[in-house]
Ligand binder design. Structure first.
Ligand code: IMP
Length: 197
């Protein structure tokens, strides 16, 4: 299947390619008139709501273009820190920009637990059917910034299933074996053969 990923985040496109292309699908970033889509995100209602809103906006954007009827993928994702009750969640990118990873680590100084998880909500539409999936990756926050790979919170996120390295210290192929994004996208592809919901 040719999948057009409607996102402004090139890291997500890169990871989606690595996850889905070995399964026989192609992934391209959706570009309309030379621009990647920019969505209005109702972040106060959480990841699922934002993802639903993104797919509605994406389907509207492609109406009347060469992409109408194509398979469109959207995703909303974020990190959830146990001690901060669903935070930063859907606001992860804003908080990263505002306080930085150093700022997050400083906020954690008196935290009892360093537990956290990444969550991703993926939605795929082929113009007639819609498939949805969620992926979660448990882990904990490192004591310091480590590694240069990946993006976003990867230099401070240590996946539970790993060997103590942060995602930013791992090769991309290692992250793709356990990440929230990989789980959500693999589930989405598995569900393609089932009736859509
Ligand atoms: P979105 O584009 O609104 O879905 O925001 C996603 C934000 O969540 C990113 O900008 C990062 O701050 C964070 N995030 C989500 N997935 C990852 C990941 O795989 N690695 C690191 N940060 C992530």
């Amino acid at each position: 299947m040719r999948i057009l990923f409607a996102t402004g985040n090139s890291n997500k496109i890169h990871e989606a390619k690595s996850i889905l292309e070995p399964l026989g699908h192609t992934v391209e970033g959706l570009v309309i008139d030379g621009n990647r889509p920019e969505f209005i995100e109702p972040k106060e209602f959480g990841l699922e709501h934002v993802a639903e809103s993104k797919i509605e906006q994406a389907l509207e954007l492609i109406l009347g273009t060469e992409f109408e009827g194509s398979s469109i993928l959207v995703e909303d994702s974020g990190i959830f820190i146990d001690d901060f009750d669903e935070w930063p969640g859907a606001n992860s990118s804003d908080i990263e920009a505002e306080v930085g990873l150093d700022g997050i680590l400083k906020l954690m100084v008196n935290s009892k637990s360093r537990g956290a998880e990444y969550r991703a909500v993926s939605i795929l539409s082929d113009g007639e059917n819609v498939w949805r999936s969620i992926g979660i990756c448990r882990g904990e926050l490192a004591l310091e910034i480590r590694g240069t790979n990946g993006f976003g919170y990867d230099p401070i996120f240590i996946p539970k299933s790993g060997d103590g390295r942060t995602y930013a210290e791992m090769k991309e192929s290692e992250k793709d074996m356990t990440s929230h994004r990989a789980k959500a996208m693999m589930r989405l592809i598995e569900s393609l053969s089932a009736p859509s919901k």
